[in-house]
Design a protein around this ligand. Structure first.
Ligand SMILES: [Zn+2]
Length: 249
């Protein structure tokens, strides 16, 4: 009898939790329509945005920058504030070579409900200031670490002057798990289409898989006629202009 009661209680708790989850996190269609979160861009132009997260880092960033330069590609680096502090010269090089710098919090903070909005704001502002001190420009793009967000954090990010950028679901290379160079190559080249935002990492301690994959990916995409652009340039190529209303409805 007691066992049944406990089971029932567990079932009810689960339902309540799921309901909260649904209230807190609206679906993709809603965020896409409002323009608050961008996964990819609808465009008939042959443009793709490569993005690199979690750097700048001594192990891979320099080689990635060399490869981008070699193939005339521009990319977007979503940088972590404390890494910027340790590697200002790498950030300066990213910026000077025409790449876009996005904010990825100060300590790779996951924006879940356990974290206060004040803490989130502090991390974002701290990182924005680090970037500003080196490049003379505040970033306008933000990517939440791990792709984790709540409705409140998305609203805060917008109030702080940022667009929230995720990535095309078919272009998640999972390179941070070190799946093997060939798997990273296949993921990008098999799925490549106009308006894609590709997720990669330039913080990959102990491996060169991302760098080695780029040696194949970059010439192949250029050969197919794709222009590799920053996320902001990709957004400018959108078929319909994105609307950013004042309030989340
Ligand atoms: Zn990250």
């Amino acid at each position: 009898m007691k066992k049944w009661f406990l089971l029932l209680l567990a079932f009810l708790c689960l339902n309540v939790l799921t309901a909260f989850e649904n209230i807190d996190r609206k679906d993709r269609a809603y965020y896409e329509k409002t323009g608050y979160i961008i996964w990819e861009v609808k465009t008939d132009q042959k443009k793709i945005a490569l993005t690199f997260d979690d750097g700048p880092d001594q192990n891979s960033t320099t080689e990635i920058l060399d490869l981008l330069e070699q193939y005339g590609a521009k990319a977007t680096f979503f940088v972590v504030g404390n890494k910027v502090r340790n590697n200002p010269e790498l950030l300066r090089r990213e910026y000077n070579e025409g790449h876009e710098i996005g904010n990825h919090t100060y300590k790779h903070l996951h924006l879940n409900r356990q974290v206060s909005l004040d803490a989130i704001q502090e991390e974002i502002e701290q990182t924005g200031n680090e970037i500003m001190n080196i490049t003379g420009q505040y970033p306008t793009l933000f990517r939440p670490p791990g792709g984790v967000y709540t409705e409140e954090s998305v609203q805060l990010i917008k109030q702080l002057g940022y667009k929230t950028i995720l990535w095309s679901w078919h272009q998640d290379t999972n390179d941070w798990r070190h799946p093997g160079t060939q798997k990273i190559i296949n993921k990008v080249l098999t799925n490549a289409r106009n308006g894609d935002i590709v997720l990669m990492h330039d913080f990959n301690p102990g491996t060169k898989q991302t760098v080695n994959a780029l040696k194949i990916i970059l010439p192949a995409l250029v050969e197919r006629g794709f222009e590799l652009v920053t996320v902001s340039e990709l957004l400018n190529s959108a078929e319909t202009e994105l609307q950013f209303p004042e309030e989340l409805k």
